[in-house]
Write a protein that binds this ligand. Structure first.
Ligand code: APR
Length: 248
């Protein structure tokens, strides 16, 4: 079904010089990737996020934490990008400037064909040395966790854990996009986790058109300049692109 789209949003997209998109777990839901909390089932049902996604947890039980992430990586590798990811690739081709900011660690935007993705929370497919921060692309497969090939310290997933700061360069680039864009699409995010959650406010505060693409409007930012396109990202995003740039 074609979702109802706000004509003001279509006009803003068509006239935009710089469009930014901020994505969260909802855009990957249609690829079958469970959110962090949804994945705490089966073997992992007795764990809390704090047992698995904090520096303290990794220090206490590195093998458990590594195995949890290895399972998540496997599920992500088996998944495919969906129509929502692909619509953002298409959108990037239509506007003079496009900035894609994601809170997701699954790399599905890049697999769909997006380039220069700003990853606020890292990428689960990368590993890094827990001591020196060096990125290691192909860690030894049979260790939990494998050692850094340079210094022997345990490798960790290159993601941002609870209590850790975001990569500063990525955050600065995201904030710059939020204050310079004409349109910001906030896609599939609950907008609860700062600092990412403040980006739509920053954009709206500078006069940008903010479009919340989510299956529910509940709990989302609302106010002047904030529009809603309620529905699944895999349906709404292609519809937005098709409405703003209809095929001749
Ligand atoms: N299309 C659009 N939105 C959807 C869809 C869909 N198909 N399915 C779910 N959603 C929406 C939900 O309504 C919810 O608002 O996606 C949002 C997902 O919210 P969260 O699970 O909180 O994900 P996110 O906002 O990315 O979380 C931010 O918190 O768990 C930490 O570090 C983790 O990066 C993550 C951060």
């Amino acid at each position: 079904m074609t979702p109802a789209l706000d004509p003001a949003v279509i006009a803003a997209l068509r006239g935009a010089r710089h469009v930014a998109a901020l994505t969260g777990a909802g855009i990957s839901a249609e690829s079958g990737i469970p959110t962090f909390r949804d994945a705490l089932t089966g073997l992992w049902a007795n764990y809390n996020p704090e047992d698995l996604a904090t520096p303290e947890a990794f220090a206490r039980q590195p093998a458990v934490v590594w195995d949890w992430y290895a399972g998540r990586r496997g599920a992500i590798r088996a998944a495919q990008p969906n129509a929502g990811h692909r619509a953002l690739v298409e959108l990037a081709r239509r506007v003079p400037r496009f900035t894609l900011i994601t809170q997701n660690v699954d790399g599905l935007h890049q697999r769909a064909g997006s380039v220069d993705v700003i990853e606020l929370h890292g990428n689960i497919l990368r590993s890094r040395c827990s001591r020196e921060g060096v990125i290691v692309d192909d860690p030894a497969p049979n260790a939990s966790p494998p050692p850094c090939p340079r210094c022997g310290a345990p490798l960790r997933p290159d993601v941002v854990w609870f209590g850790e700061i975001l990569p500063l360069e990525a955050l600065a680039a995201a904030e710059d996009a939020a204050v310079t864009c004409d349109v910001l699409l906030s896609v599939g995010t609950s907008n609860l986790v700062v600092p990412a959650a403040s980006l739509p406010w920053m954009a709206a505060g500078r006069g940008a058109t903010v479009v919340v693409v989510n299956t529910t409007a509940e709990g989302q930012h609302s106010g002047p300049g904030i529009h809603f396109a309620v529905g699944a990202a895999g349906t709404v995003l292609p519809a937005l692109v098709a409405a703003a740039w209809p095929a001749p």
